[in-house]
Design a protein around this ligand. Sequence first.
Ligand code: ADP
Ligand code: AMP
Ligand code: ZN
Length: 214
Amino acid sequence: MNIILLGPPGAGKGTQSDYLRDTYKLTKLATGDMLRAAVASGSEIGLKAKAVMAAGALVSDDIMIGIIRDAISDSNCPNGFILDGFPRTTAQAAALDGMLEEEGKKIDYVIELKVDDAALVARIAGRYSCKKCGAGYHDTFRKPAVADRCDACDSTEFTRREDDKAETVAKRLEQYHAMTAPLLPHYKAAGNLRTVDGMADIAEVTLAINGIVG
Ligand code: ADP
Ligand code: AMP
Ligand code: ZN
């Protein structure tokens, strides 16, 4: 099964794609995570992406398409994949369509998480994650079961994203509306777009997604 999660920054794509990865044994391909790893390692892609990400702009289509071309191979995704954060432009969507056709693969579901901009700002402002395993948390909406201890790996070290600052968030939302929202009609026409109310609680959103893919 191959799934695309579409939605603005803070909509819950990462939260729900972790669930889909664990439940359906799919490979999670989160391009933001891949880029952050590239920045941390100081690779050529990381050097190119660093300032663009810090400004809340989009990394070039050429770089992103190259990353995904390598990542969606059968050896990397034996049970299929979840795309979280890709495609983000019409050029990326067209390239993905081409790659899938070449490889005889298809996207089963494009799931849109619909959330108001006002709610996104609060979600992003309270977001943090485990430094060791990457599990995602929120100051208000998803606290660890034991305070300051990761549910998944017991670590006590957490981190916040540099681009989750208020100034950068506005730019990222603007990019979503200008560059990514136009993909919705493309997938609607293809017939596999499903829209989920992303304003609901995390568990309710998971239930709705399960109702689609389960
Ligand atoms: P995205 O990957 O789309 O940018 P995340 O999954 O990182 O979004 O979610 C952003 C923040 O909001 C995280 O701190 C997460 O714990 C929290 N969150 C995710 N889904 C919900 C929800 N349905 N209701 C409230 N908070 C949520
Ligand atoms: P995310 O973790 O999905 O919020 O992505 C963080 C940042 O990485 C974005 O603000 C962009 O700068 C960059 N990025 C991630 N995915 C893409 C993509 N598909 N196309 C362009 N830029 C991307
Ligand atoms: Zn952890």
